[in-house]
Design a binder for this molecule. Structure first.
Ligand SMILES: *Cc1c(COP(=O)(O)O)cnc(C)c1O
Length: 223
């Protein structure tokens, strides 16, 4: 199947209001351009160096999202152009994004990443950390909090995945009602990848991050 056919397949399962982030990490520029030619404009990357290179070389109207684990010492490289940072998982990272964004007078859109999976290895805040970040949100004047992000457990147990997504949706609604009732910018719930995006959409995702289903398997040899 071609990238074009894969995209048609994905879109056939996405309601119009759910935004697709084409996860292009480890895929060559030609693959991105193929999706671009099909009308896609939003691409997600998880390595800073790779993202910066692709941002330099690919069409300027691409909206770049950073979806991986972001190290504080690399924030400065992406802050000038990134449109959304999905994986903000600590107050330290929030503070650094704010500092670098303030330096260049830019507002940077961020999602707070919640730890919803069973695997310890996955990143994300617990609810106490989330509450602290929300309570202190006024300190980060150059960060725009746009919503939450989460990754479900990597398992074939669909009911478990569904339960994790459902919990995150509930949390999102509660946070929205309590902290952002009149702020239309807090509207993004980023959940769902190739293997679980259909469940995520059923559970109220507004943004899915899909790589393999669009571009095929990643070749970790290139970058
Ligand atoms: C790589 C990645 C994806 C895409 O995963 P696929 O299974 O290839 O769709 C989504 N989200 C994050 C955070 C990722 O790192």
């Amino acid at each position: 199947m071609s990238i074009k056919e894969n995209l048609q397949e994905v879109h056939s399962h996405l309601p119009a209001q759910v935004q697709l982030v084409c996860v292009s990490k480890f895929h060559p520029d030609e693959a991105i351009l193929e999706a671009y030619a099909c009308g896609e404009r939003t691409f997600g990357e998880s390595h800073v160096q790779e993202l910066c290179r692709k941002h330099e070389e690919l069409p300027p109207d691409i909206s770049w999202h950073f979806i991986g684990h972001l190290q504080t010492n690399k924030v400065k490289y992406i802050v000038p152009f990134v449109d959304l940072i999905h994986g903000v998982d600590s107050l330290k990272l929030l503070a650094e994004i704010d500092k670098q964004a303030a330096k260049i007078g830019r507002q940077v859109n961020c999602l707070l990443q919640m730890h919803i999976a069973q695997e310890e290895s996955k990143f994300g805040m617990d609810e106490a950390e989330l509450r602290e970040a929300l309570a202190r949100r006024g300190e980060w004047t150059h960060v725009t909090l746009c919503g939450l992000m989460g990754m479900a457990t990597f398992t074939d147990a669909q009911e478990q995945v569904r339960g994790e997504f459902r919990g995150l949706r509930r949390l999102f609604d509660a946070v929205k009602a309590e902290y952002f009732p009149d702020d239309a910018r807090f509207a993004v719930l980023s959940m769902g990848m190739s293997d679980d995006y259909r469940i995520a959409v059923e559970e109220g995702s507004t943004m899915v991050r899909i790589g393999t289903t669009i571009f095929g398997h990643r070749d970790y040899g290139i970058q």
